[in-house]
Ligand binder design. Structure first.
Ligand code: BGC
Length: 499
């Protein structure tokens, strides 16, 4: 071999060795990246774990807080003696039975949208003859502006809706139009048709309204529109949902909302409510709005992500349970985990995608669309990551890691929601076998309706907690849009009671 040939061969060997070394280094880096991503995921799984034993502790704590809230007279937000669960007395001591008749309106305000609806009730025989509704989205600036601005906007939409009332709706002779007002925030009620706002949740922050009577404000705005209408019932969305469920199924005893926010209402014996000082209702019962979103306990599995989310939220230290299980927050928790995986394990290649650093950019709707992707190569996850976070291309392994994070967060939320329901059943003594007893719990809200994994996981967890025999007598029933119709039904039944 000539000298040149030897040199060329040596150079080729050297280049091949160098290329192999680069490749080996890349592989090692890759392996390290995945090891670090796997470590973050495993740590998350461990910290979000909800074994049955822990869920039983959560349920016991929920039942104990329910009792404490029912005994505590101080419903204010800041009072030293105030309880974690407000357990608000709703003044609803009888639920619609089906005899209600006439034309009634409802206004359902509880999130970024509100809905107006009307219903023509035909009594025992005809029940709901006709109904229609209209959704309106609330401009973001009105959620933190002035009280009059918000109520004028709502009352104007209501006036438009009333103006479109067709001839097939009939107002009874000499009757003024009656409105059921579903207002899905914590309110201390002073009667069936009055109550003051205790605090805002779900991103609303109109400070001047705290402590104000929300019905009075709405009635004033209705008058400003020149509308001849009166609010005759004020209800939380859980209470409306319970009323609508009871209208079709007499065994309904509780309603749960799993949507932007979360909450539950249930029927209790009035004599078991120490803070109720009014006369015992004829029915002997009272619907309680738990405001369970504010529940917290040392048994809740909280992570660094939950803590950071809470600190940076509009209401730090409050609504801790809500921040674990509801639609306003689960997507944001996922974003925070993915950000850590991007920073510490280069999950999305070397650079952290700038959009991933934007709070609330990933909604729970995005989360469920990615989680429920059934394509073999997780194509939807890839599309969503590109659309929402501007991440151009992702490999299968990255997409799968994203799905895994969604699953951990959703499973924890669903199992904790089941523990909450189990807590209510415990408080009511419906967690044991009782022949002939059927227990119906109505559930509504976007998370329950559209996040199938969440709904199924919640239901199977509740069955496991109850045991086969008891579980066979407990029915979780999806309630569709009951919150508005329930308010109209209550407006009807209370208007008849008064008349
Ligand atoms: C509110 C409750 C409401 C729930 C569901 C919570 O943030 O405090 O009043 O029922 O969201 O809409």
């Amino acid at each position: 071999m000539t000298k040149q040939a030897t040199l060329a061969a040596a150079t080729a060997v050297f280049a091949a060795a160098a290329a192999a070394a680069v490749l080996a280094r890349q592989r090692l880096r890759e392996a390290n990246r995945w090891a670090r991503a796997g470590a973050v995921l495993r740590d998350l799984e461990a910290r979000c774990a909800t074994p049955a034993e822990r869920l039983r502790q959560v349920a016991d704590a929920m039942a104990a807080e329910m009792r404490a809230g029912l005994a505590c007279d101080d419903d204010s937000e800041s009072g030293d003696g105030s309880a974690l669960l407000k357990m608000l007395v709703t003044y609803v001591d009888s639920l619609p039975s089906g005899v209600e008749e006439g034309l009634f309106y409802a206004l359902d305000l509880g999130g970024t949208n509100f809905r107006v609806l009307r219903v023509q009730l035909g009594g025992k025989e005809q029940r709901i003859i006709k109904q229609e509704s209209k959704g309106v989205s609330i401009p973001k600036h009105l959620m933190s502006g002035g009280s009059d601005d918000l109520f004028d906007f709502i009352a104007a939409a209501l006036a438009n809706f009333v103006a479109s009332e067709g001839e097939d709706y009939h107002l009874s002779e000499g009757m003024q139009r009656q409105l059921g007002f579903t207002f899905s925030f914590p309110v201390k009620q002073t009667s069936i048709a009055s109550g003051t706002l205790i605090k805002w949740t779900k991103g609303f922050a109109i400070d001047e309204m705290v402590g104000m009577d929300v019905v009075e404000e709405l009635n004033k705005a209705i008058r400003r529109q020149g509308l001849d209408m009166k609010v005759t019932s004020l209800v939380n969305d859980t209470v409306g949902t319970l009323a609508a469920a009871k209208y079709v199924d007499n065994d309904a005893i509780a309603a749960v909302i799993l949507g932007t926010g979360t909450n539950a209402a249930y029927i209790d014996h009035a004599h078991k409510i120490p803070k109720w000082h009014g006369p015992l209702p004829k029915s002997g019962e009272m619907v309680i709005n738990m405001e369970w979103g504010n529940f917290r306990s040392s048994h809740l599995p909280l992570t660094e992500f939950d803590q950071a989310l809470d600190v940076e939220s509009l209401n730090p230290g409050e609504q801790i349970y809500e921040k674990l299980i509801s639609g306003m927050y689960m997507g944001e928790i996922v974003r925070r985990v993915l950000l850590k995986m991007a920073q510490e394990a280069s999950l999305f290649a070397d650079n952290v995608p700038p959009k991933l650093e934007t709070p609330d950019i990933l909604s729970t709707l995005h989360m469920l669309m990615m989680h429920q992707d059934t394509t073999p190569d997780l194509k939807t996850v890839g599309i969503k990551l590109k659309e929402i976070l501007g991440i151009e291309s992702t490999c299968y392994k990255t997409r799968k890691a994203v799905v895994d994070v969604c699953e951990v967060v959703a499973r924890r939320g669903a199992r904790l929601a089941a523990a909450g329901i189990y807590g209510i059943l415990k408080k009511l003594g419906r967690d044991t076998v009782c022949p002939e007893q059927r227990t119906v719990i109505a559930v509504d809200g976007g998370v329950y309706r559209y996040y199938k994994f969440f709904a199924q996981c919640m239901e199977s967890t509740l069955s496991d907690l109850l045991g086969e025999e008891v579980a066979s007598s407990v029915v979780i029933k999806q309630a569709n849009d009951g919150s508005g119709i329930g308010a109209a039904l209550l407006a009807a039944s209370y208007c008849q009671c008064l008349g």
